[in-house]
Design a protein around this ligand. Sequence first.
Ligand SMILES: [Zn+2]
Ligand SMILES: [Zn+2]
Length: 318
Amino acid sequence: MALHLLELPLASLTRADLPPVCLITGATEGVEYRTVKFTWYPRWISLLAPALLLAAILAAIMTRRATAELPFTPQAYRRWRLGVWGFGLSAVLAVTLFITALVLLATERNAWAAAAFVSSVAIPVAAWFALVRDRQVVVKAIRDDALVLRIPSLEAARAISSHLAAHARGVLPEVASVLATDAAKSAPAPVGSTCASHPQVVANWICGRCGAFFCDACARFPTVGGPPLCARCFEVRAKEVVVSGALGLKRLQTAGFVVGLLALVPGCWPGLVGALIVNGLSLHRTLKVDGRPRQWMPVAGLVCCAVSVVVWVLLLVA
Ligand SMILES: [Zn+2]
Ligand SMILES: [Zn+2]
């Protein structure tokens, strides 16, 4: 049995959005909702682990959090949480046994030492298989638009995905604020005009983005009390905003700028290498977004790198 992927839009993480199917067992009877917190950072940061401080700074900036109300049967949820605790305890036990084994080896009780070594490996492995594997929900990624989980139940993954696909979903606050600027240009339609999609219905609005007349049924409001967009523009723009990656990019730019400053510290080679990688990536992604928002940040980061290299060359020559 393997874990299955489940993609939940960040705007649909409550009991109101998700059908009652246990993520672990797939059961639909006696399901309760539990609040679960997830954290995640891009895996490439762990490649920088040899430069511990650098990796820690990047992880602190790039870490994303999501809180979700997820459906579980109480037994499956309890087993998952206890399993994680049990595995933690087995790890502590393993470390203790390993140290004991070293002591036994030093006092030349080799047979006992071997037994302690073997159990220091076997106990956590056994605990993993018995307590954790296929009983837990794991975060795979937290993207701009979605929380991606790996869950044990294939039935739950299918049921929840099709439920989400069938129901209208909201948009994230950051996306809504971009859509609100489009909608600000919408205006009341002249008296007697009709909806572009429903010719027999009176239109109340002119879309601020495409100029189409639309009726109340076609109106989509990015903000409560603000003007609407037509349904088509709302959908198109919501996708564009998320695809442009404008939300996650902000963090990458900030990370690049901070690490760029770190590169200025004399002798901080990991900072320089990290700043080149992160700002290169950040600039590459910034150039792909309309209007190149906050382009100065990766540029400033790369300037810091250049200054750092020049200082080094001068020091070497002197
Ligand atoms: Zn429109
Ligand atoms: Zn209409």
